[in-house]
Design a protein around this ligand. Structure first.
Ligand SMILES: Cc1cc2nc3c(=O)[nH]c(=O)nc-3n(C[C@H](O)[C@H](O)[C@H](O)COP(=O)(O)OP(=O)(O)OC[C@H]3O[C@@H](n4cnc5c(N)ncnc54)[C@H](O)[C@@H]3O)c2cc1C
Length: 392
């Protein structure tokens, strides 16, 4: 297999790098802020939105969409290159929930009318989305969700609660999975996928502060929320299949290896400056570098599968597991290298990498849960990849 990029792709990488150097938030670059701890930065939502509009104006949020909907019909490798460079330049603005989770689902299963209504706002970086799937008690067991949508003329009226809803506090729209049939033969056959305007009366968003002290996710209450029927993706009681396509995209969207690799480079640079490298951590560095490389090449393989229209199946789980665990291992290594300095937050002038080690470490625990837990990923790989029996 030839892993080299084409000359056109290399040119695109250079174009992106030059653009991000000029237009990316300089302070974020200096402070080496990563995608997963950006919410610790002052005024971060405004910075994220501003950068998103800039990426949208370049046409970079819809690189591989059909031209008919504002895309450039390029291979998914262009998106991968963009995201590698965003990680390298510590640059925000790529709102995966909109670009990689909901947009492909609308493209795949949405009506022409939904495509025309919703895709331009995502492509321009103007409209931001959040994901209303998990509920208290129903995360891994998603098919058992209880939020109920009752038919009422041209509307469905929704009541229930969602949890861990990332960025619901500033999202304009939410994609929501709700039960529309309580008597379906199988749980998953009674679910419908809705697109919900977050300004609709009856929606309450309460913050949940994560271990790193940042506000990323929320609990969302839905009380008699009226959703027009035209906002259903695919059809009533067909929502499970839409949600599954979203989850496959979610597991392959964020490039864990690129985020981990950038953090590893930053740790090495910081450790050299503070003269904190020793023989033991040099060996660990080589191991982590190897881990990031394996995750990177696996991601390239999955991107190639996407470019060929091949179903990802358990490869989406491999991709997420390798990339996100690499971030966890590198963050843990940061603490090992910088010892007590590593636990200092950005309030301390002595904190290495502006306190990023402690915040990345604390945030990294969530990587074993989000987009499906690591245990579930391993279960999928064992069952579908290796033909082993279910765990339970
Ligand atoms: C940072 C972060 C952001 C998130 N953002 C969103 C979001 O925007 N929108 C959204 O809808 N959700 C979001 N989530 C929720 C996420 O999808 C769930 O946390 C996840 O699906 C796990 O569900 P749960 O929390 O209910 O845990 P549970 O499903 O209760 O799992 C608890 C433990 O039991 C294990 N377990 C459960 N079932 C099995 C099984 N069958 N086999 C083996 N082990 C099992 C799990 O692996 C886990 O260790 C987010 C979570 C995190 C951490």
């Amino acid at each position: 297999m030839d892993f080299r990029f084409s000359p056109e792709e290399e040119n695109f990488r250079q174009e992106v790098a030059a653009f991000l150097k000029k237009e990316g938030p300089k302070e974020w670059h200096k402070r080496k802020v990563s995608f997963f701890d950006m919410s610790g930065q002052e005024n971060w939502i405004a910075v994220h939105r501003d950068m998103s509009r800039k990426l949208g104006a370049k046409g970079w949020l819809s690189l591989h969409w059909p031209k008919e909907y504002g895309g450039k019909e390029l291979s998914p490798f262009y998106r991968l290159i963009l995201r590698e460079e965003l990680a390298k330049y510590h640059c925000p603005g790529y709102h995966s929930l909109s670009v990689d989770f909901v947009a492909p689902a609308i493209l795949l299963k949405g009506s022409d009318e939904l495509k025309k209504r919703f895709l331009p706002g995502i492509a321009s970086g103007e409209v931001m989305w959040c994901e209303g799937l998990s509920e208290p008690g129903h995360g891994s067991d998603l098919a058992a969700i209880e939020t109920f949508a009752k038919e009422d003329g041209d509307f469905y009226v929704v009541n229930g609660q969602k949890i861990w809803t990332t960025y619901a506090h500033f999202a304009d729209w939410m994609f929501l999975l709700a039960r529309t049939d309580r008597n379906a033969e199988r749980n998953y056959r009674g679910l419908t996928f809705f697109l919900v305007d977050m300004k609709t009366p009856g929606i309450t968003v309460n913050p949940i502060i994560n271990m790193a002290g940042h506000h990323d996710f929320n609990e969302v209450f839905l009380d008699d929320v009226r959703i027009p029927k035209e906002n259903i993706v695919d059809a009533v009681n067909k929502g499970w299949y839409v949600a599954m396509s979203v989850l496959d995209n979610e597991r392959t969207s964020d490039l864990g290896y690129a985020i981990a690799g950038t953090l590893l480079d930053d740790i090495i640079e910081g450790a050299k400056e503070m003269d904190m490298l020793n023989a033991r951590n040099k060996i660990r560095m080589a191991e982590l570098y190897t881990e990031c490389e394996i995750a990177r090449l696996t991601h390239y393989h999955v991107t190639w599968m996407l470019s060929q229209g091949k179903p990802l199946d358990y490869y989406a789980a491999i991709c997420k597991l390798l990339g996100f665990e690499a971030i966890q291992h590198v963050a843990e290594f940061g603490l090992e290298v910088f010892k007590n300095y590593g636990i200092l937050s950005d309030h301390s002038p002595l904190a290495p990498l502006y306190g990023r080690i402690s915040s990345c470490y604390l945030r990294s625990f969530g990587h074993s849960m989000e987009a499906g837990t690591s245990e579930m990923d391993r279960d999928v790989i064992a069952q579908r990849g290796m033909g082993l029996p279910r765990l339970r």
